[in-house]
Structure formats: structure tokens, C-alpha cells
Design a protein around this ligand. Structure first.
Ligand code: PLP
Length: 379
């Protein structure tokens, strides 16, 4: 760990006691030359793995050709990235921004504009980011910064009756993750999301699906909502979208896009050439290496190999799997780190969250299973 006093520490004692020097694919190397298998994916970011040669080549070439221009001028790479992303997700229009929270801020603003209403319905245990607007629809963390921003009504995730009870003519949008990520990869009851979409339509409200964590192939489908048979009015993406380059997007229906007038929304860095090149390269790698199928294969293998005494439940899809333990997850995560495996945790203290790159070799799962078994037996 670097002892840099000029850097604000927002992690505290939870920070891993390790300094990474390099990474390739799903393998990290620390400053002592030790190797680690990546089941963390940089918080569900690196679906295509680290340092993919195509991604590196495209970024280097873009940097040398046209390194920056705002949305004041058209640049071919931005048009190509939007077209590729809309084709991949089956959405109509894309707007590029810089982080998941910023994408959600934009989505909320657009939903209010499109409907002329101001109330947002959000889910208990949902997470949408740390900026003030996104925090206003986020269940946890918002009390730390009370009073919360915005006009939000919360309902339990997956509870249709509770939603129906508060869905009135003031509601601009319902925002939800199709599967709650930070809460511990929690899936809603079957058919719930489709019913929410139906109720929104009947009420003149929009459905915003926050796919910042679940999108861009992580579940083995382009979007987690598509896998549930639902097309939202607005979808937000981030994390895996740029293969590690900071970029996010608000995707919307043509109808929503037509309500947004010139000058109503803007960003300096959003849609910049390098970010758009990263999106285009990431989508190209997903297609060329059939990473959706690979994500599903790895997911099946994690389901098969990681069921063991001490693991009460395995849930999730693709390269996004939660292990519900019969004990606190953090000490187990620490032991796995010491043994050379990076894994994530969640706001549920008993859940280990696994979000490896889809380029992880399958034998790494067997290695994790063996170490996890030993760890769980020892404690
Ligand atoms: N939405 C979801 C579902 C997330 O999981 C996250 C981050 O973990 C965010 C939004 C916020 O994204 P960012 O940290 O890029 O602002």
C-alpha cells in the first residue's frame, strides 16, 4: 500500500494490504511478484480482462489521431460507438457521460423532463451512486448526507403491491436495478420487472433500469433486463462499458430523446474520443471472443464448483455470482486475498460477490473452489 498523505482515503481499513504493479487478462501481480486470480473485476468493470491487445491498440491509435473534442463537433468514433451500443442493447439513442452516478443523474433529469413530473420511486437496498441526485434514490448511504436530495418514494425491491400503492400521477419514473448488485446480487421474483414496466406504462411513468453493474454482458446477456424480457424507457450503463476506461451512458427510447431540447444537458468529457474508442473496442472484443457465451460457461462452472459446506446459496448469472455464506464474508475474503484470490463483498455481510472478467481461465475456478473449501473448513 502506498503511504501517500496527499491522497484522500475514502476506503479506510477495508483497503486491501497489497500494491499491484501489473495485470493481464484475469491475473494480477503485486510488488513482491505474487500472482492473484481476479474474481473481483475491479468492482465488476473489467469484463474483457486487463490490457486486452485490441483495446490497447485502439486506445493508442485514437490517442495519436484525435485525443480530445467535446460534443460541440461531430467525431466519427462517437457516432460509431453510439451505433454499436444501441445495436448491442437494442435501445434507440445513447448519451455518453463519465460515471455510473452521472448516468443516473442524467436519467432522472431526463425522466422528469419527459413526463413533466417530479417524484421518483426507488427500491429499498438499491444503489445508484454517490453524487447528490443519485444518492437521493439510493437506499443505503443517503442518511450520512441527510437531508436527501430529490422527491423519492422507496418501496421494497420485488414487491409489486407496495409499488402499485404509491404509483400515482406525480411519479415521473421508477428506477431500479434489474438485479440488485451491491445488495448482494439479489434477483427479483420472476415476472416482477415486466409487471413494473406494465404499471409504469399505464401510469404514464417511465422505467429506468440501472444496469451500471449488470449491463454490457456481465450476466451473459447484453442487459440483465433483456434477459427478464423487459425493455426499459431509459437504461444506464457504466463500469464494463469502456473495459476500464471511465465512460458511462444513458440509453433511451426515441420518444424520450425527442423531449430533450438543445442546451438542456451537457458535459465536457462525455463522449470524448478516447472514451468512445474504449466503448467501441470493448464491444468489438465481446463480439469477437463471444464473451457472452463465455460468461455463461464460467457462471455454470462457478455454480457447479462453489457449492460446498459453508455456502448456503449460490445465486446470479454469468460472471456475476453471489455466494451466501453461513458466516461473515469479510474474513473469508481476507483469507482468499492472502491465498491469491481477489473477491468482492456486498452490503449483505454474509455475501461474497464474484465478478471476474469473462476471460478468466476455467481452471482458476477450480483453484478458488479448493482454497475456499480449505478456508471454510478451517474456521
Ligand atoms: N449504479 C449501480 C447499480 C452501481 O453498482 C454503481 C456502482 O457501484 C453505480 C450506479 C455508481 O457508479 P459509479 O461508481 O461509476 O458512479
Amino acid at each position: 500500500m502506498y503511504a501517500v498523505s496527499s491522497l484522500l482515503d475514502t476506503v479506510g481499513p477495508a483497503q486491501w494490504p497489497v500494491t499491484f504493479i501489473r495485470a493481464h487478462g484475469a491475473r494480477f501481480t503485486d510488488d513482491k511478484g505474487r500472482g492473484y486470480w481476479d474474481f473481483y473485476g475491479g468492482h465488476a468493470v473489467t469484463l474483457i480482462g486487463q490490457g486486452h491487445p485490441h483495446w490497447v491498440g485502439v486506445l493508442a491509435s485514437q490517442a495519436g489521431t484525435l485525443s480530445f473534442m467535446t460534443t460541440m463537433a461531430s467525431i466519427p468514433v462517437r457516432d460509431r460507438a453510439a451505433e454499436a451500443l444501441c445495436a448491442f442493447t437494442e435501445m434507440d439513442v445513447a448519451w455518453f457521460v463519465n460515471s455510473g452516478a452521472e448516468a443516473n443523474e442524467g436519467a432522472l433529469k431526463m425522466a422528469r423532463k419527459a413526463t413533466g413530473r417530479s417524484v421518483i420511486v426507488a427500491m429499498e437496498n438499491g444503489f445508484h451512486g454517490r453524487t447528490m441526485g443519485a444518492l437521493g434514490v439510493t437506499w443505503k448511504y443517503r442518511e450520512q448526507h441527510a437531508p436527501a436530495h430529490g422527491n423519492t418514494r422507496f418501496v421494497p425491491f420485488g414487491d409489486l403491491e407496495a409499488l402499485e400503492a404509491i404509483l400515482d400521477a406525480d411519479v415521473a419514473a421508477v428506477i431500479t436495478e434489474p438485479v440488485q448488485g451491491i445488495a448482494g446480487i439479489v434477483e427479483p421474483p420472476e415476472g416482477w420487472l415486466a409487471a413494473v414496466k406494465e404499471r409504469c406504462e399505464a401510469n404514464g411513468s417511465l422505467l429506468i433500469c440501472d444496469e451500471v453493474q449488470s449491463g454490457v454482458g456481465r450476466t451473459g446477456a447484453p442487459l440483465a433486463a433483456t434477459a427478464q424480457g423487459v425493455k426499459a424507457d431509459i437504461v444506464t450503463l457504466g463500469k464494463g462499458l469502456g473495459g476500464g476506461f471511465p465512460v458511462s451512458a444513458v440509453l433511451m427510447s426515441r420518444g424520450v430523446s425527442e423531449t430533450i431540447g438543445a442546451g438542456e444537458h451537457g458535459t465536457t468529457f462525455g463522449g470524448a474520443p478516447l472514451a468512445c474508442a474504449a466503448v467501441e473496442a470493448t464491444l468489438a472484443v465481446i463480439a469477437a471472443e463471444d464473451l457472452l457465451s463465455k460468461a455463461n460457461i464460467l457462471g455454470d462452472r462457478m455454480f457447479a464448483e462453489l457449492r460446498m459446506p459453508g455456502v448456503l446459496e449460490v445465486r446470479g448469472r454469468g460472471v456475476w455470482i453471489a455466494l451466501v455464506l453461513d458466516r461473515p464474508a469479510k474474513p473469508v475474503a481476507n483469507a482468499l486475498l492472502e491465498a491469491g484470490f481477489l473477491v468482492g463483498t456486498s452490503t449483505d455481510p454474509t455475501v461474497l460477490r464474484l465478478s471476474p472478467p469473462a476471460v478468466l481461465p476455467e481452471h482458476a475456478i477450480s483453484a478458488l473452489a479448493e482454497t475456499l473449501r480449505t478456508t471454510l473448513e478451517a474456521k
